[in-house]
Unconditional design. Structure first.
Length: 332
């Protein structure tokens, strides 16, 4: 019984999911042409020649006169912005009128009121430099790599890549412009063209299948700082008015500077030794016959002098004379 209840509950949920998936697939693309707008489509500022007839009330077919934005995207709440539509078969989304207020807008007719809704977005494009497949998650910035390392450019455009398509065709294209250290600009590196890349998904890489391919760093032959940016090249309105991506920069040095191995040391010039101010004593070729006596510090000793004779005292002289007279008398 429990399994039967689960089965009965599960079937409606599965059916609802299928309907949502089918519906999402139908609103993901315009049709039949790129300028034919259907309910829930996304349109972009700067677009020209849009046909909004698909947003009319299907019963009355009254022309659309405005695109209106409401608080909380609820037509029953207050109106926050209204963009006039002079001709719903040839409409231009002017950036000045949108004023950066992107999001959900409702098609409006004075007779029918709100009929359908569309999204208005900005055609954004972002660029980054990464290592080639399968290392797309590694950004080149801050890495020390060899000149044989291959890189790729990563292009991201969430809204254009998802919505700007009709009949399986993605007509929006971008150019990747590389600026060399000397200031020269190019869309070709290493024999690969980086111009006219179709924005066929919200994110892609220049080395994906069907894309130009990986680029070896050795293709950047001029050492220095390179920069790159992505610019719209189609449609013409995007090229004329939509902003390019923020530039990304990366450094390419000499092979020794970016090689991951041990670089060959640069020979150091030999300098001539400066003559010493203290003369160097000559080296004796014949050993001395007498070994030199180690000099012992001498204390200055005063020279020995013979003491002066002290004169005899008077008594000693008298005694000596007396003794001499006695000896002389005896000899007689």
């Amino acid at each position: 019984m429990a399994s039967d209840r689960i089965l009965r509950r599960g079937l409606p949920i599965l059916l609802a999911l299928c309907i949502l998936i089918l519906g999402a697939g139908q609103v993901a693309a315009r049709g039949p042409a790129i300028n034919d707008i259907q309910p829930y489509d996304t349109v972009f500022v700067y677009e020209e020649g849009l046909n909004l007839a698909g947003l009319r009330n299907t019963t009355t077919n009254n022309p659309i006169t405005a695109l209106q934005k409401y608080q909380d995207n609820n037509p029953k709440k207050s109106l926050t912005k209204s963009i006039p539509v002079p001709d719903d078969t040839d409409f231009e989304v002017q950036d000045l009128l949108v004023g950066g207020d992107y999001g959900t807008y409702h098609a409006f007719s004075p007779i029918d009121g709100v009929t359908a809704q569309v999204m208005i977005q900005e055609p954004e494009i972002n660029l980054d430099v990464v290592l080639a497949s399968p290392h797309h998650n590694e950004r080149l910035e801050g890495l020390s790599v060899s000149p044989n390392t291959e890189i790729a450019f990563k292009i991201t455009s969430p809204d254009v890549g998802a919505s700007y398509t009709a009949g399986g065709v993605y007509p929006a294209t971008v150019d990747i412009v590389v600026t060399h250290p000397g200031g020269a600009e190019t869309t070709a590196i290493g024999g690969l063209s980086l111009a006219g890349l179709n924005v066929s998904s919200t994110r892609f890489y220049t080395d994906d299948p069907g894309r130009p391919g990986p680029i070896a760093l050795s293709s950047f032959r001029e050492p220095g700082i390179y920069s790159a940016r992505a610019e719209w090249s189609n449609p013409a309105a995007f090229k004329a008015y939509a902003s390019a991506s923020e530039p990304v920069t990366f450094a390419v040095g000499n092979r020794v500077d970016i090689e991951t191995g041990t670089p060959t040391p640069t020979p150091t010039p030999t300098s001539t030794p400066t003559p010493s101010l203290t003369p160097t004593p000559p080296v004796a070729t014949t050993p001395p016959t007498t070994l030199p006596t180690t000099a012992t510090p001498t204390t200055e000793v005063p020279a020995t002098t013979t003491p002066a004779e002290t004169p005899l005292p008077v008594w000693a002289g008298v005694a000596a004379i007396s003794l001499a007279l006695i000896l002389a008398g005896r000899r007689r």
